[in-house]
Design a protein around this ligand. Structure first.
Ligand SMILES: NC(=O)CC[C@H](N)C(=O)O
Length: 226
C-alpha cells in the first residue's frame, strides 16, 4: 500500500477544526493524515495545506509571530494549498482597499480580491452552487458565505480554472455580464484551490474530496487515485 498523505491545516486562528473533521470523514483509496500546523516544523511534515477562514489580518500577524510567514510562502511555491475565505484572501496576489501595510499576503493565486466585499448589511448568506468537477455534480453544493471576500479580477493570462460562480443577480451590485469576475466563488490555479465561502461548515465532504483527489494526490508519488 502506498504511504499515507499528510494534509496540514493552518491552525493559528479561525475554522481549522472543522476542516480537520471533514478530512477525517473522507473515504478514499489513499490514507490521509491531518496535522494542525502551528510551527514551521509542523509545516515541514505536510504534503499539502489548507488555510482556513477566520480573520486574514490576524492569521497573517500570527504567522509572522510564529516564524511561519516565509516557510508558508515557500510551501505555496511548490505544494498544493487550498484557501477558504480568509485563506483565499491570503492566497491572492493583491487585495484592493487594504490599508497601506495593513494586509500581509502569501500570494500564489493570480487574482485581485476585496475583503468583506458584500458590505456590512450582508454579513452572511447561503447559496446553492454548481461546481465543476465535484462528485455527484447534479447535486448543488451549499456555499456558506460569512463576511466573504469578492474576487475583483483574474490575471488574464494566468492558468486559472473557474469552478463555481454565483448567479449575477446575487451580487451586491448586480452584474450584467455572467462572466463578471465578482461572480467567481471557487477556482483552481495549478496546485491551488481557492473558495471565498466555507465548505468545511457544510455537512458535505465533496470539496475536501476534490482537493485531496485533484490537487494533492497527483503530487505525491505512488498514489492510487480513487
Ligand atoms: N469568514 C471569513 O473567513 C471572513 C474573512 C474576513 N472578513 C477577512 O477579511 O479576513
Amino acid at each position: 500500500m502506498s504511504p499515507s498523505i499528510t494534509i496540514g491545516i493552518l491552525a493559528l486562528q479561525g475554522a481549522f477544526a472543522e476542516h480537520q473533521i471533514r478530512l477525517q470523514n473522507l473515504r478514499l483509496k489513499r490514507k490521509i493524515e491531518t496535522v494542525l500546523v502551528k510551527t514551521p516544523e509542523d509545516l515541514q511534515r505536510c504534503h499539502a495545506l489548507i488555510i482556513p477562514g477566520g480573520e486574514s489580518t490576524t492569521i497573517a500577524l500570527l504567522a509572522r509571530l510564529s516564524g511561519l510567514l516565509e516557510p508558508l510562502k515557500e510551501f505555496i511555491r511548490v505544494k498544493p494549498v487550498w484557501g477558504t475565505c480568509a485563506g483565499a484572501i491570503l492566497l491572492a496576489q493583491s487585495v484592493t482597499g487594504a490599508k497601506k501595510d495593513g494586509q500581509e499576503l502569501l500570494g500564489g493565486v493570480s487574482i485581485d480580491i476585496a475583503r468583506n466585499g458584500w458590505g456590512s448589511q450582508v454579513e452572511s448568506f447561503e447559496a446553492p452552487l454548481d461546481v465543476t468537477g465535484l462528485q455527484d455534480p447534479s447535486v448543488p453544493f451549499t456555499g456558506i458565505f460569512i463576511r466573504a471576500p469578492v474576487v475583483l479580477a483574474l490575471e488574464p493570462d494566468a492558468p486559472i480554472q473557474v469552478i463555481a460562480r454565483l448567479a449575477p443577480h446575487l451580487l451586491p451590485e448586480p452584474a450584467e455580464d455572467e462572466n463578471d469576475p465578482r461572480t467567481v466563488v471557487a477556482l483552481r490555479q495549478g496546485l491551488h484551490l481557492l473558495t471565498t465561502f466555507h465548505p468545511e461548515l457544510t455537512q458535505d465532504d465533496r470539496f475536501h474530496d476534490y482537493f485531496a483527489r485533484k490537487c494533492v494526490f497527483p503530487t505525491v508519488p505512488g498514489v492510487v487515485v480513487g
